[in-house]
Design a protein around this ligand. Sequence first.
Ligand SMILES: NC(=O)c1ccc[n+]([C@@H]2O[C@H](COP(=O)([O-])OP(=O)(O)OC[C@H]3O[C@@H](n4cnc5c(N)ncnc54)[C@H](O)[C@@H]3O)[C@@H](O)[C@H]2O)c1
Ligand SMILES: [Mg+2]
Ligand SMILES: [Zn+2]
Length: 277
Amino acid sequence: MSLRWQPALLDPAMGGGWAVVHCQQGFLCDANGVLFPRDWLKRLDLPLLSEQGLGFFDGDQVFLMELAHPVEVPGAGWQGLRQFMMHDDDTERFRMLGFAAQISTWASHHRFCGSCGNPMRQHATERAMQCESCGIHHYPRISPSMIVLVTRGDELLLARSPRFAPGVYSTLAGFVEPGESVEQCVRREVHEEVGVSIHEPQYICSQGWPFPHSLMLGFHAEYASGEIVMQPEEIEDAGWFSIHDLPALPAHKSIARYLIDLYLARRLGRTEPMLPG
Ligand SMILES: NC(=O)c1ccc[n+]([C@@H]2O[C@H](COP(=O)([O-])OP(=O)(O)OC[C@H]3O[C@@H](n4cnc5c(N)ncnc54)[C@H](O)[C@@H]3O)[C@@H](O)[C@H]2O)c1
Ligand SMILES: [Mg+2]
Ligand SMILES: [Zn+2]
């Protein structure tokens, strides 16, 4: 299957092509979508912070134009990446926007060298920012994170963070620490967040999660021992939920929901879900 979205290193000094326009408010979009003719955009007086070559969508060159602040463009508006994820069924377009958002975050956070403080510039042959003075490279930042569904027969251990939409319960998640294996991270995070011990976690699948730069590594683990003790800052509520009486769950496009739906399908003999993206 050929994918409509293919990342590639394109030189932003080249003219032509299409561009996605991004700022802290999200992406510019109009009735035709998120791709605008780049030469047309260049004629508008946009507060351009930087440009990056992103890759090819449907075979056409796509660049990122990063703005310092949102501007009014007649007939167009700004939409956040989460809205595209929730309301857009074009997964290839979401993959492109997720990539663009991660490149945008990384590039705008690496305008100056963290080592010597001088300006950074784009590397000519790699997706990297390079210091003009000391030569140090910074590659796009990806943060590995584990996400795990803990089960006990017909019961799922689900929890809610204060950041979640009201009523929604999800699987446990957390960032991998330096020097730790993902499996060690799963056991540590489960113990920190809800105080229980688990049997050896089984890897299921992964999902790139551009909010802002996580790589979710999804696991299933069977409960081993312990009572639920919630970590006060991270977990607002946690409990065992019967597969026949579940609370509101995360969005279908998340790996959290996939892990839950996969377990339900296997337990109840239903068709297995498809991992989104
Ligand atoms: N796709 C999904 O289904 C799904 C579901 C749940 C969580 N997530 C993502 O998983 C990631 C981790 O989940 P969490 O928020 O529960 O993490 P967590 O339990 O490790 O705690 C979050 C806290 O970690 C710290 N932190 C932030 N960025 C960090 C980094 N890069 N490295 C180390 N620590 C950092 C902050 O103090 C933050 O409040 C987040 O990006 C979240 O958006 C994705
Ligand atoms: Mg967590
Ligand atoms: Zn430097």
